[in-house]
Design a binder for this molecule. Structure first.
Ligand SMILES: Cc1cc2nc3c(=O)[nH]c(=O)nc-3n(C[C@H](O)[C@H](O)[C@H](O)COP(=O)(O)O)c2cc1C
Length: 280
C-alpha cells in the first residue's frame, strides 16, 4: 500500500467512524475529495461576519444549476438575502432562529412554477399541468437537489451552512417579505457563512446503514436493538455538545406527534392554496 493510499484509508475509516460512532464494517472504503466533503458534513449555526464574495455565491448557484432537474423544467429559483433588516424579519418568521440573522448570507430556495406560467400566458399556451400536486412536487424536488449541490459546493470551499425549514412556518409572510409572485413558495432557507471557529460544529451520527439500506425488497422496520444503539450514539454526541441528551427516537416521535408539533406547518395546504397552488 502506498503512503497516499494508507492516508486515504485512514481518512475514510475516521469519517465513517465519526458518522456512525462505530467501527466501519467495510475494509475497502473508496475515498476522494468529494467523499471527504460529503461524509464530514455538519450543520453550522455560528458564523463569522465576513460577507460571502459574489464569486462564491455565483459558483454555488452554478453548482445548484448543475443538479439534475426533472424534464429540464428548472422549476426553482433562489433569493439571496444580505440586508440585515430582511434577515431579521426572516429569522423572526422562522421561529426566532438567531443564526438566520447572524449569518452573512441567507439563501431562500423556492419552488417556482411562475416562470412557466408567465411564459405560457405570454404565448397563449395552456399551463393547466402546473395546477397538479405533481408539479409542486417536481419543483420541491428540483429545489432540494439544487440546494444540496450548493451546500456541497460551499462546504468544499470551507463555508458552513444550515437549512432552515422554518421558512414554511408562516409562508404568506415569507412571500410578502421576499416579494414572491403567485405560483412561487419558499421550500426552505439556507444560512451561509464562514464557520466561527470559537463554536465548532461536530459530525452528527446517523442511523446505521442497515436501517436505511434494503436489498431487493423493503426489509421492514429496524430492530429495537438497532434503535437503542443509535439512541446511545446520539446521546453521546449530545453530551459532548452540552445539549440535552435525549437521543433520537423519543425526540423524533415528539416531532411528529400531532399538528401542534409542526410549528404552524399543519396549515401548509391552505397557505399553498393562497399562493396559487391548486394541488389537484
Ligand atoms: C429541510 C431541512 C430543514 C431544516 N430546518 C432547520 C431549521 O429550521 N433550523 C435548524 O437549526 N436546523 C434545521 N435543519 C438542520 C437539521 O436539524 C440537521 O441537518 C440535522 O439535525 C442533522 O444534523 P447535521 O446537518 O449537522 O448532520 C434542517 C435540515 C433540513 C434538511
Amino acid at each position: 500500500m502506498t503512503d497516499v493510499q494508507s492516508t486515504s484509508r485512514e481518512a475514510a475509516v475516521a469519517a465513517l467512524a465519526a458518522r456512525y460512532r462505530a467501527d466501519p464494517k467495510q475494509a475497502d472504503t473508496p475515498w476522494n475529495a468529494a467523499l471527504a466533503t460529503l461524509l464530514t458534513h455538519r450543520s453550522v449555526r455560528a458564523y463569522r461576519p465576513d460577507p460571502v464574495p459574489p464569486a462564491v455565491l455565483r459558483t454555488a448557484v452554478a453548482a445548484a444549476q448543475s443538479a439534475p432537474t426533472s424534464s429540464n423544467l428548472q422549476v426553482w429559483s433562489v433569493v439571496a438575502v444580505e440586508d440585515p433588516a430582511r434577515k431579521a424579519r426572516l429569522a423572526e418568521l422562522a421561529g426566532h432562529q438567531r443564526h438566520v440573522e447572524t449569518c452573512p448570507l441567507f439563501l431562500v430556495w423556492l419552488a417556482d412554477l411562475s416562470r412557466l406560467r408567465v411564459l405560457g400566458s405570454e404565448r397563449g399556451r395552456a399551463t393547466d399541468g402546473l395546477d397538479y400536486l405533481e408539479s409542486l412536487l417536481v419543483a420541491v424536488v428540483d429545489a432540494s437537489l439544487a440546494a444540496q449541490n450548493a451546500v456541497v459546493a460551499l462546504e468544499s470551499l470551507g463555508y458552513g451552512t444550515v437549512y432552515i425549514g422554518g421558512m414554511r412556518n408562516r409562508p404568506e409572510e415569507v412571500a410578502a417579505t421576499l416579494g414572491l409572485p403567485a405560483d412561487v413558495v419558499a421550500v426552505f432557507g439556507l444560512c451561509v457563512g464562514l464557520p466561527d471557529e470559537a463554536c465548532p460544529a461536530s459530525v452528527k451520527p446517523r442511523l446505521p446503514v442497515e436501517a436505511v439500506l434494503h436489498a431487493e425488497c423493503y426489509g421492514g422496520p429496524p430492530s429495537a436493538d438497532l434503535v437503542a444503539g443509535y439512541d446511545a450514539a446520539l446521546r453521546s454526541f449530545q453530551l459532548e455538545q452540552g445539549i440535552a441528551a435525549n437521543g433520537w427516537s423519543d425526540t423524533a416521535l415528539q416531532r411528529v406527534r400531532g399538528p401542534e408539533s409542526l410549528s404552524g406547518r399543519h396549515r401548509l395546504r391552505e397557505a399553498l392554496a393562497a399562493r396559487g397552488f391548486a394541488l389537484k
